[in-house]
Ligand binder design. Structure first.
Ligand SMILES: C[S@@+](CC[C@H](N)C(=O)[O-])C[C@H]1O[C@@H](n2cnc3c(N)ncnc32)[C@H](O)[C@@H]1O
Length: 359
C-alpha cells in the first residue's frame, strides 16, 4: 500500500482540520506579537475596553490597522467585542498571558522571540541545502530581547522561590560568601536575582553576546547590585575567569557550539566539591516522548535559533531538545564531574541538574 491511498477519510478530514487550526494559530501569534510590541494589550489591560478609534488614539496608532487587528483577535478568541458599544476588551483572565510583563504566564517574550527568529527563515532554508547555519550575531534583535523577557519570569518567580530550595547544599553555599559564575547570562536576570537574594555572594555573568551584556550591566546598576555583580563578554568554553563555588547555566548548554568544552571549562573553574547548577530543556531520551505543543514549539526554536546558531560556527548543534538526561550525563562524565543529580521538579519547559566536581 502506498501512502497516497486514503483508507480512513475521517482521519484525513480531521488532520486537515488540525492543520487549519495550527495555521490559524500562527496568524494569531503574529497578531499577538503586534499587540505586545505596540502596547495594545497593555493599554487594554490598564485602561479598559475601547473602540478601535479610542485604542488607536490612546496608543498613537492608526485606527484602520487597530480595527483589523482587534477583529482578528476577536476571531482568535484573545479579545472580546462588546457589540452594542462597539468596544474591544481584554478579559481579565487573558491579562496574565498577554499583558503582565515577567509574570509566570506571560507569553509576550515568546511571541517576540518567535517572530524575531522567523526573520532568519530564508537563510535557514538555504542551510538545509548548504549546511552551516545562522550565526547568533545575525539573529534579529527581537530574538535576544524576546528571550530576555521570556526568561525574566523564571528568574523572578522560580529561581529563589522554587529551584534553589530543591538544592539545599547550593543554597547553603550561596548563604555563605560564595563566588558564583552564571555562564550564558544573557541580560543578567539570574546574576542580579542571586545577588539580591544572597548579599554575601559575588557573581560574574559571562556571555558571548556583547549587546545583552551591555543591557545586563545597566540592569545591575538599576538594581543596586553593580558592586557585587560583574559582567564579561567572553566565550566560557575557552575558560572561566577564576575559581567558583557555584556555576549556573540557565538554558545555555544545549545552545553551545562546544557543549563538551563548555562543561569541561565549568568543571575546571569549580573549587573541589563545587556545584554546577544546570537548568536545561525538559526533554526525553526517547524521541517518541518529545511530542505535543511544547515540543513542537521547541523544535521550531531549535531550527530557527538553538541548533542553527551552533551549526553556524561548526558546532555540535545539539538542538533545543538535544541535551537529554543521558546526553548530559555522558558529557558531564567526560568533563570530569563526579556526580549528576537530576533534581525532581514539575516543570514542563525545564529540567534541573546538580553536577558536582569531585572533592
Ligand atoms: C537561551 S539564552 C539564555 C540566557 C540566560 N541564561 C537567561 O536565562 O535568560 C543562551 C545564552 O547563552 C549564551 N552562550 C551560549 N554559548 C556560550 C558560551 N560558550 N559562552 C558564553 N555564553 C554563551 C548565548 O549568547 C545566550 O545569551
Amino acid at each position: 500500500m502506498t501512502t497516497t491511498e486514503i483508507t480512513d477519510t475521517a482521519r484525513a478530514n480531521a488532520f486537515t482540520g488540525k492543520v487549519l487550526t495550527d495555521t490559524a494559530a500562527a496568524a494569531a501569534v503574529v497578531l499577538a506579537a503586534l499587540g505586545d510590541r505596540l502596547g495594545l494589550f497593555a493599554d487594554l489591560a490598564q485602561h479598559g475596553p475601547a473602540t478601535s478609534a479610542e485604542l488607536a488614539a490612546r496608543t498613537g496608532t492608526d485606527e484602520r490597522y487597530v480595527r483589523e487587528w482587534a477583529a482578528g483577535l476577536v476571531a482568535a478568541g484573545y479579545l472580546e467585542h462588546d457589540t452594542p458599544a462597539n468596544r474591544y476588551l481584554l478579559p481579565a483572565e487573558h491579562v496574565p498571558t498577554l499583558a503582565t510583563e515577567s509574570g509566570p504566564a506571560f507569553f509576550g517574550g515568546v511571541h517576540q522571540e518567535l517572530v524575531g527568529a522567523l526573520q532568519g527563515y530564508h537563510h535557514i532554508a538555504e542551510s538545509f541545502r548548504r549546511g552551516g547555519g545562522l550565526a547568533p550575531e545575525n539573529l534579529h534583535a527581537d530574538v535576544w530581547t524576546g528571550t530576555e523577557r521570556f526568561t525574566a519570569g523564571w528568574h523572578e518567580h522560580l529561581l529563589v522561590q522554587q529551584w534553589l530550595p530543591l538544592m539545599p547544599d547550593v543554597q547553603r553555599r550561596l548563604r555563605a560568601d560564595a563566588r558564583v559564575a552564571d555562564v550564558g547570562c544573557g541580560a543578567g536576570h539570574g546574576p542580579i536575582r542571586i545577588a539580591q537574594e544572597f548579599p554575601d555572594c559575588t557573581v560574574v555573568g559571562i556571555d558571548t553576546h556583547a549587546p545583552t551584556i551591555a543591557r545586563a550591566r545597566r540592569a545591575a546598576a538599576e538594581a543596586g547590585v553593580a558592586d557585587r555583580v560583574e559582567f564579561l563578554v567572553a566565550d566560557a568554553a575557552v575558560g572561566l575567569p577564576g575559581r567558583f563555588d557555584v556555576v549556573t547555566t540557565f538554558d545555555v548548554v544545549h545552545d553551545a557550539v562546544d557543549p563538551q568544552g563548555l562543561l569541561a571549562a565549568i568543571h575546571d573553574a569549580l573549587v573541589p566539591g563545587g556545584v554546577h547548577v544546570c537548568l536545561d530543556i525538559n526533554c526525553s531520551d526517547r524521541a517518541e516522548d518529545n511530542i505535543g505543543p511544547i515540543a513542537t514549539l521547541l523544535y521550531g526554536f531549535s531550527l530557527l535559533y538553538c541548533m542553527t546558531t551552533s551549526l553556524a560556527h561548526g558546532g555540535a548543534g545539539l538542538g533545543t531538545l538535544g541535551l537529554t538526561p543521558s546526553v548530559l550525563r555522558d558529557l558531564a562524565g567526560r568533563a570530569g564531574f563526579a556526580e549528576v543529580r537530576q533534581v525532581p521538579m514539575d516543570n514542563p519547559f525545564n529540567n534541573l541538574y546538580e553536577l558536582r566536581r569531585p572533592s
